[in-house]
Design a protein around this ligand. Structure first.
Ligand code: ADP
Length: 402
């Protein structure tokens, strides 16, 4: 039976992920990825019936061109599943002040997503293009597009966690606060952890680390996210692939006033030229960094700083728990695959009660779920994220009510 499929679209700043899945059986019927938009060579890869396809789309391809290709050359050619799509779920990074849950898309929702562009300038515009084109391409489903927000998971954070210590009116009048990001992933792995640990989600106390190109960490107390490392934008917090994470804001003034660098360039430096790439001067990709960790001093330093910052965050989030931590969870491309990162980070947290099972840690990669701690440690889990599945489930819930 294929009559309850959801098309999930995740339009990022330089890539588009898409899939068609059944949220009830969790079966993914088709999935694909367009990478390197706006670069010299853009490729699409997709998988259907266990066969993998790869095609060159062209040069300097825009979101719109790539979406045209996805609809015309991939989806329309699989009529059997295409005709059974009953809703479209869109990942939207920022819901701004107005939206705090998944919602059916109408013109009002679109205007709220537009208003939130200053908080996610690299992501919300791309999300909006995906929504606009999906509405055009699926006219029969034009009223069955659902937006699922990364920021929604953080709506119950207390003011103590989300306010910056700047004059209060910046929050009251201009909504400057910490909003968080990656909420869909943190939410998904937190629910998976509850299932694995056989605990009610409402009683769950865990810390989740999503480590990918962008990285963030969330503290979940009694099933509610009480703090997270990303802030007004996804620039705050952990060291990331090309983003600096936390810095003294005076670095910006110094670069501007003493070095004469204009603010747009500083923004670019902090978002695209910093993090692991900036520190190593070589790469932001852990496949490279892991291989060169022992042989290249700069690579070692950049990875050590990544783990140092992460361990400090984990230790500080332990203080937010009012009872024993149920688990620490690693997810994301790095969290799921790079045993080195988990080992260095956990070794710094030994005195806090984290003890790694080195053998298990080395075995867990490539989509595997499992514990990497020994018995008398706080449990440490690796759980592959599945943002598409959570988006599909939310979409199904909402379109079923129409
Ligand atoms: P995004 O934030 O773009 O969703 P991902 O969660 O896919 O990122 O993580 C991407 C990063 O994960 C890559 O930069 C790479 O460093 C790392 N990564 C992914 N797979 C592996 C692997 N098998 N081995 C080492 N690193 C990996």
């Amino acid at each position: 039976m294929l009559n309850h499929l959801i098309f999930v679209l995740n339009c990022g700043s330089s890539s588009i992920k898409f899939s068609i899945l059944d949220p009830t059986t969790k079966k993914k019927h088709l999935s694909g990825l367009v990478e390197c938009l706006f670069l010299k060579k853009t490729y699409i890869t997709w998988e259907y019936l266990k066969i993998k396809y790869k095609k060159y789309i062209g040069s300097y391809i825009s979101h719109k061109d790539a979406l045209d290709f996805i609809f015309n050359e991939v989806l329309l050619k699989q009529q059997d599943i295409y005709n059974n799509i009953i809703g479209i779920g869109h990942r939207v990074v920022h819901g701004g002040k107005k939206i705090n849950k998944s919602i059916l898309i109408d013109s009002m929702v679109i205007s709220f997503i537009k208003q939130a562009i200053p908080f996610a300038p690299m992501h919300n515009p791309a999300n909006l293009i995906g929504i606009e084109i999906a509405i055009q391409k699926f006219p029969k489903l034009s009223k069955k597009n659902v937006a699922v927000f990364d920021t929604a998971f953080y709506q119950k954070m207390p003011k103590t966690a989300f306010l910056y210590a700047i004059p209060y009116y910046f929050y009251k009048k201009h909504h400057i606060r910490r909003y968080g990001a990656h909420g869909i992933s943190h939410n998904y792995v937190a629910h998976e952890a509850a299932t694995i640990l056989k605990k009610d989600f409402d009683l769950l106390n865990i810390i989740t680390c999503h480590l990918g190109n962008g990285s963030s960490i969330s503290a979940i107390k009694n099933g509610i996210c009480v703090d997270t490392s990303m802030g007004l934008t996804p620039l705050e917090g952990l060291v990331m692939g090309t983003r600096s994470g936390d810095i003294d804001p005076s670095v910006v003034f110094f670069m501007n006033k003493q070095l004469g660098i204009d603010v747009d360039k500083i923004h670019e430096i902090l978002t695209k030229e910093s993090g692991l790439l900036g520190l190593s001067g070589l790469s932001s990709d852990f496949r490279y960094l892991e291989k060169n960790y022992l042989s290249n001093k700069k690579v070692k330093l950049s990875v050590d700083i990544f783990c140092y910052r992460l361990s400090k965050y984990i230790a500080s989030y332990m203080c937010l728990m009012d009872k024993k931590l149920d688990a620490l969870v690693f997810t994301g491309g790095i969290g799921e695959n790079v045993s080195l990162i988990r080992q260095i980070t956990l070794s710094k947290l030994y005195l806090m009660g984290f003890k790694i099972d080195i053998e298990q840690n080395c075995l867990i990669k490539s989509g595997k779920t499992g514990f990497i701690s020994i018995n008398d440690s706080f449990p440490v889990l690796v759980i592959p994220t599945n943002e598409e599945l959570l988006i599909a489930k939310e979409t199904m819930k909402i379109v079923s009510l129409i």
